[in-house]
Design a binder for this molecule. Structure first.
Ligand SMILES: Cc1cc2nc3c(=O)[nH]c(=O)nc-3n(C[C@H](O)[C@H](O)[C@H](O)COP(=O)(O)OP(=O)(O)OC[C@H]3O[C@@H](n4cnc5c(N)ncnc54)[C@H](O)[C@@H]3O)c2cc1C
Length: 446
């Protein structure tokens, strides 16, 4: 049995677990991270696929950040990561294609928030004037209400309440809601959506910037985070799946825990479970109750499908990111600036439509839709389909009420993970914030 008296054990080296470990290590608190997989990153990691595109380091799914991801960007800075080395920052510009509608363009100018958005909406290409005013009126009203609701409703109900026409719902709100919450407008929580809008559009103009990774996710964050933790004396152990956690004594000084893996046991006096909610539920089921009444670890999940299509190297899309509406594809991201010339990643969130098609059919369908963006598109050379069936929790109405806090019913046992009560949807920023919340609480206790 390995034991260390004031060591904090963190189960899971996803972005929440790593963020927690970095903050603790920075404060001089010894940490050991136990990760089931042979690599860190969890749902935001890099994979080398064997069958196709095998020479490329691809992420397990296309990830995009927003300028409003303050905690994540600050964590990068604390790790000594230079934003320009890993991210391409672009002011918000959306170009949306559809077979049934002329191309829609929204581009924010260099003005302070929220004037940048109002200007962009006044110049909303191919949207009639009365519809542009309806969007602006809604945003002004929401700002007046401080982006708060007395009780939660669906995003769809919110949009109807603010008299948003169908074209605007389909061409603007639905893509934004899927991109930020991975939940369809009819189910999605308006409360969470308003938080996203408030954080992205109501403070500094840069908060609505789009940030695209220039490098793969593992080299952007996971590797520097692990190097930092190790440099501060911490450990990150891979292929170390935790099978069981035993609470061995509950005195007024709190519990001690025995962590069981296949080949070793660890004794711990402070434990952070940074596993996905369904794994945390399995671990707690074994012998203790963590979650106070009212909150729950039961979530339903939404898939995300990323289709990587490799075209001849000279192919470039007119912009880094292009959107689609009333289509199968939702976003297409050009990886040329990512040193992967000719590689296009297409994202299909939530809908589940893709699950009915074979990978080959999916690649062909997406290829045909890309013809909306590029005339004379050559045939793709190779493709890789990556589907994560439990990519994010379904961010439904009243979701915030059920999300557990990072402090549990058991002393010295904490939760981290994008599902905890941060107010964010399931995102990198939510994951990082949750890990930092748990770490700061532990540091304060010390
Ligand atoms: C395809 C896809 C696209 C996405 N796109 C975006 C995007 O564009 N922007 C954005 O902000 N967010 C995006 N997200 C969401 C984002 O990736 C997640 O919110 C975030 O990575 C969650 O981090 P986490 O640490 O909470 O959980 P996880 O990443 O799930 O980490 C949990 C870790 O625990 C480990 N683990 C599990 N069981 C055990 C065990 N028994 N013992 C030890 N370790 C264990 C897992 O291996 C994993 O490493 C996307 C997610 C996916 C899947």
């Amino acid at each position: 049995m390995k034991s260390a008296d004031n060591t904090v054990h963190i189960i899971g080296a996803g972005w929440s677990g790593l963020a927690c470990a970095v903050a603790l290590a920075e404060a001089g608190i010894p940490v050991v991270v136990l990760e089931a997989a042979p690599q860190a990153g969890g749902r935001a990691r890099t994979v080398r696929y064997k069958k196709s595109l095998s020479s490329l380091a691809l992420d397990n799914g296309q990830h995009i950040m927003l300028g409003a991801y303050h905690n994540t960007l600050q964590l990068f800075r604390r790790l000594g990561i230079n934003e320009q080395d890993i991210l391409i920052r672009q002011t918000l510009a959306l170009t949306l294609y559809s077979t049934h509608h002329p191309v829609i363009r929204l581009k924010t100018p260099a003005l302070p928030a929220p004037l940048h958005l109002i200007y962009a909406l006044l110049n909303f290409d191919n949207i009639i004037w009365s519809d542009r005013f309806k969007v602006i009126r809604m945003l002004i009203k929401l700002r007046f209400q401080k982006f708060r609701l007395q009780s939660d409703i669906s995003v769809y109900e919110l949009l109807h309440h603010h008299l948003q026409p169908d074209t605007i719902i389909q061409a603007l709100w639905e893509p934004l809601c899927l991109a930020t919450m991975n939940t369809p407008v009819k189910q999605a929580s308006a409360q969470v959506f308003l938080r996203v809008l408030e954080q992205s559009f109501n403070h500094r103009a840069q908060d609505s910037d789009l940030l695209f990774f220039k490098t793969d996710l593992s080299s952007a964050f996971c590797e520097p985070a692990i190097a930092y933790i190790q440099q501060k004396g911490g450990q990150v152990l891979f292929s170390c799946r935790v099978r069981k956690i035993e609470a061995i004594s509950a005195s007024r000084f709190g519990s001690r825990f025995i962590i069981h893996t296949k080949s070793a046991q660890f004794e711990s006096s402070q434990l952070v479970l940074a596993t996905p909610a369904y794994i945390t539920a399995q671990l707690q089921q074994q012998n203790f109750n963590l979650i106070p009444p009212g909150s729950s670890l039961k979530f339903s999940y939404e898939p995300i499908c990323t289709i990587y299509l490799q075209y001849p190297e000279q192919l470039q899309l007119p912009q880094i990111m292009s959107g689609f509406f009333n289509s199968f594809s939702q976003w297409a991201i050009d990886h040329s600036l990512n040193q992967q010339p000719g590689l296009i990643a297409v994202v299909i969130s939530s809908s589940g439509k893709h699950l009915q098609l074979s990978d080959q059919q999916l690649a062909n369908t997406i290829h045909n839709e890309l013809k909306l963006i590029i005339n004379n598109l050559p045939h793709y050379l190779d493709y890789q389909v990556v589907i994560d069936k439990r990519a994010t929790f379904n961010c439904h109405v009243n979701i915030n009420a059920q999300r557990p806090d990072y402090i549990t019913s058991r002393r010295h046992l904490y939760l981290a993970g994008d599902y905890t009560r941060t107010g964010y949807p399931a995102t990198l920023e939510g994951a990082v914030t949750s890990g930092l919340n748990a770490a700061h609480y532990i540091i304060d206790q010390h």
